[in-house]
Design a protein around this ligand. Structure first.
Ligand code: DX5
Ligand code: ZN
Length: 224
């Protein structure tokens, strides 16, 4: 099932609970939380206190995308704050196997993220231990960037690997996913669709989410 993971980075923070409620009414089923530390990426966003606050205003699963250095240090805190899923950047984790195990040990679904310049094949050793793989379709750090077209082939490649290895992790895509790009990523095999600016634009998260999902669900994945 194709799901919308709406990124609250693009929401109106002064009315965050209302924004989340609107995106949920429009069909969004996952809250995507972009955590940035000003080191791994050139931007700072929010940390565990915001996750804890969001946890109180929605029952939807919280998907925490950690764009931070030393994620191991913070995993327990995000887990305590209410994260249901935590994904870490391949590029930030010299001991990725241990980091993913660390996430799972906290009762949280573990994911790995790859930047546009990281080959998909570098993931082979950890694919059996992840719940989801997040393919970045922009360079992380900011919302509202342009979708990188090569991401489509990268998703398709990952989907072929999943098939060949007999696994069933989910494929998530993040960055520049909007009404004009969502069909191509769904056809390639993505089923967790992160979208921020496409959803929260104009304070119309409900309408935007509904239209986004209509387009996404009209597209089906092509066979492997
Ligand atoms: C980028 C973040 C994204 C971002 C997506 O570093 O990981 O989740 O919020 O925003 P849009 O949908 O505006 O590209
Ligand atoms: Zn993200």
């Amino acid at each position: 099932m194709v799901e919308l993971a709406f990124s609250i980075l693009a929401a109106d923070f002064t009315h965050l609970a209302d924004e989340i409620a609107r995106a949920e009414r429009g069909g969004g089923t996952i809250v995507h939380v972009d955590v940035m530390d000003g080191h791994f990426v050139p931007n700072i966003t929010f940390g565990p206190p915001v996750v804890e606050a969001v946890r109180k205003v929605t029952k939807l699963p919280l998907d925490c995308h950690l764009m931070i250095e030393n994620p191991d240090e913070f995993i327990p805190e995000f887990a305590r704050a209410g994260a249901d899923m935590i994904s870490v950047q391949w590029e930030a984790c010299p001991h990725l196997n241990r980091t993913l195990q660390h996430i799972a040990d906290h009762g949280v679904l573990a994911g790995v993220v790859i930047n546009p310049a990281t080959p998909v094949d570098f993931l082979v050793e950890v694919l059996p231990m992840v719940h989801h793989v997040l393919v970045m379709s922009v360079n992380p750090g900011f919302g509202g960037q342009k979708f990188l077209p090569r991401s489509v082939e990268r998703i398709a490649h990952l989907r072929r690997l999943r098939h060949e290895m007999g696994l069933n992790f989910r494929i998530e895509v993040d960055g520049g996913v909007a009404d004009d790009t969502v069909e191509s990523v769904v056809r390639a095999g993505a089923d967790m669709l992160v979208a921020g600016s496409a959803i929260f634009a104009g304070g119309k998260a409900e309408e935007n989410a509904r239209e986004f999902l209509r387009i996404a669900r009209a597209a089906t994945a092509v066979s492997v």
